[in-house]
Design a protein around this ligand. Sequence first.
Ligand SMILES: Nc1nc2c(ncn2[C@@H]2O[C@H](COP(=O)(O)OP(=O)(O)OP(=O)(O)O)[C@@H](O)[C@H]2O)c(=O)[nH]1
Ligand SMILES: Nc1nc2c(ncn2[C@@H]2O[C@H](COP(=O)(O)OP(=O)(O)OP(=O)(O)O)[C@@H](O)[C@H]2O)c(=O)[nH]1
Ligand SMILES: [Mg+2]
Ligand SMILES: [Mg+2]
Ligand SMILES: [Zn+2]
Ligand SMILES: [Zn+2]
Lengths: 211, 211
Amino acid sequence: QDILKRNNHIAEHNRQLFRHHQHTVINLVSSPGSGKTTLLVETLKQLQTEYPIGVIEGDQQTSLDADRIKETGVPVVQINTGKGCHLEADRVQLAYEQLALPDSGLLFIENVGNLVCPAHFDLGEQHRVVIISVTEGDTKPLKYPDIFHQADLLILNKIDLLPYVDFDVAQCIDNARRIQPNIDCLQLSCRSGDNLQRWYQWLTSKVTSLE
Amino acid sequence: QDILKRNNHIAEHNRQLFRHHQHTVINLVSSPGSGKTTLLVETLKQLQTEYPIGVIEGDQQTSLDADRIKETGVPVVQINTGKGCHLEADRVQLAYEQLALPDSGLLFIENVGNLVCPAHFDLGEQHRVVIISVTEGDTKPLKYPDIFHQADLLILNKIDLLPYVDFDVAQCIDNARRIQPNIDCLQLSCRSGDNLQRWYQWLTSKVTSLE
Ligand SMILES: Nc1nc2c(ncn2[C@@H]2O[C@H](COP(=O)(O)OP(=O)(O)OP(=O)(O)O)[C@@H](O)[C@H]2O)c(=O)[nH]1
Ligand SMILES: Nc1nc2c(ncn2[C@@H]2O[C@H](COP(=O)(O)OP(=O)(O)OP(=O)(O)O)[C@@H](O)[C@H]2O)c(=O)[nH]1
Ligand SMILES: [Mg+2]
Ligand SMILES: [Mg+2]
Ligand SMILES: [Zn+2]
Ligand SMILES: [Zn+2]
């Protein structure tokens, strides 16, 4: 319990720091392989000419995700958690200082692929976005409720695969709304580009609301 | 650290208990939604006439997975971990006592969907099987190495979806072998039934080697 208290204390500091620098901070969470990095790469290509953007990557091992972000030209710092299964506020604070981003714009934090622990570790972000791939099944919000309870937006990704899986979109959204009645929902595909515009609009609405 | 020591102590007790009752115990781990329960349901339908089988289910919330197992007629106990993101040996011991299975045969433990923590919590099982869905990407063994390091068998599931995703089967197996050189690998689809026979043969070889 002391770990959570200490973490939440540092997260509060982060939140003030982010607000001071007018950064809109998004914490991206999902199961491993739902498409966080793929979505980020597409998003950076589209928005980096409109806003300054930075990325903090979290993974147990490797810099594979940061390498994909680097290819877009956007500044990125990779955190390796070793045996840890989630990012914590203290390491995010250090990574943020390392990035030394110009004021205003967007900061994405890609968390470790895990539907459980990231729900309990506040990083200081303004928005938490949870991604479900339609290949994972439509009952995830009921089975892993905490992370949905804490999310502002649910993205259903890989909708190009809907014809080949048993996934009931309406049922999944209904399941998520049972856990978090106010959750926004977007359906998209990073592969086909389907409905990515709606995601860019959601992001823009969050950035402009900060200014 | 004390948590791990206590857990490993109880796991050792479990292992002796399982051996005493001649149960072949398999710990199934994966990301959320890779197909653990679907694989189990198919397997129980096929093998329950050949061996006595029992199942222990682990999830944060709900009995949705245990309900799917119950429909096959095989005895099952559901453990809900609440805020916990992995099963531990003490609760598995209680569930095992609750199942009160006849001697010999198979016990499956479906762990909580998580590629990190389950690697560090021994439950007393003889075999650990890790499942990757081909929709998750082929770099998972490098990014989440601990769980592959501890596995006897890697199953690549949902191969019916290969035509629609970027997944390099040979590369993924090579990545897994870099982490665990002796790991066995099977490719299958629970949906099409493709190559499930190889999985049944692998299981049978483990049961008979115990007798
Ligand atoms: N068909 C399809 N595949 C996708 C889509 N988005 C991502 N993928 C694939 O899904 C796999 C995993 O994507 P990533 O972006 O690496 O997933 P991630 O959530 O960042 O994974 P981790 O960081 O390891 O947790 C890759 O093979 C991608 O090509 C999509 O919209 N449709
Ligand atoms: N196309 C396809 N879909 C599959 C296959 N196996 C499972 N699925 C689907 O994948 C989704 C998740 O399957 P589950 O068996 O519930 O996955 P799980 O690993 O038990 O999930 P958790 O217990 O929540 O971690 C469901 O929609 C299944 O229908 C397969 O071989 N091919
Ligand atoms: Mg990623
Ligand atoms: Mg399951
Ligand atoms: Zn964790
Ligand atoms: Zn855990």
